[in-house]
Design a binder for this molecule. Sequence first.
Ligand code: NHR
Ligand code: GAR
Length: 209
Amino acid sequence: MKRIVILISGRGSNMEAIVKACAAEQWPARIAAVVSNRPEAKGLEFAAAHGIATAVVDHKQHTSREAFDAELARAIDAHAPDLVVLAGFMRILTPGFVEHYAGRMINIHPSLLPAFPGLHTHRRAIELGCKLAGATVHYVTAELDHGPIVVQAAVPVLPGDAEATLSQRVLVQEHRIYPMAVRWIVSDALDSRDGVIVHRGGEAQLVVG
Ligand code: NHR
Ligand code: GAR
C-alpha cells in the first residue's frame, strides 16, 4: 500500500476527489494525512469526517520560508509518504524542501503549462483572449510550475466568460485528471523517457472537456 499525504490551503475539492476515487476504485494506496497551511481551510473538515489524520502548519507562525518548510516537512514525514500531493496548496516551496521530495511530489496547476505559471491564471487567459484553457498535473521542481507533465485537461474559453465561470469549467476537469494521475502513480503505470512522463500502457494523457 502506497502512502499519500495531501497538502491543501482551502476548499479542498481536489483532495476530496482523490479521497473518493481512492476508496471507490480500491487503489493500492491510502490517504495517510491531509496537511494545511491555513487553520481555517474547509478541506480539513472533510478529511477529519472521513477518518483521515489532519495537521496544520500555519505559515504565519513562522518567520522565514525555510522555517515554515522545515516544520511542514516534519508534519509530512511523520506519515512516511510515498507520494505528496499539492491540491490547491498556495505557498511556494523552497529548493531544499522540493529536493527532499524529488520524484514523489506532484501539483495541479490551473493552466495549460507552460502557459501561465504562477497565480491568477484564468484572469490572465481571459484578458489575453485565449480560446483554450485548462489544467496540468506535474511533478514539482524548484522552478515554479515547470516540472515534468503527467496529464493535462483542456476546455474552451467561451465568449462572456468571467474568472468564476472559466475556473468552474476547469475545476470539473481537474476532478477528472487529478485522481487519474494519482492512480497512475500509485499503480506504477508511468515511466520517464528523456524527462518526459509517459503512460506505459499508452493511456491518453490529455483530456478534452
Ligand atoms: N513550489 C515549487 N518550488 N515549485 C512548484 O512548482 C510549486 C511550488 C509551490 C506551490 C502550486 C502553484 C500553483 O499550482 C505550487 C507549485 C502558490 C503560488 C504563490 O505565488 C504560486 C504557484 C503555486 C502556488 N504563492 C504565494 C507565496 O508567496 C502566496 C499566495 C497566497 O497565499 O495566496 O508563496 O499555482
Ligand atoms: C484549484 O483550481 C487548483 O488548480 C488551484 O486552486 C484550486 C484549488 O481548489 N491551485 C492553485 O491555484 C495553486 N496555486 P480546491 O482547494 O477546491 O482543490
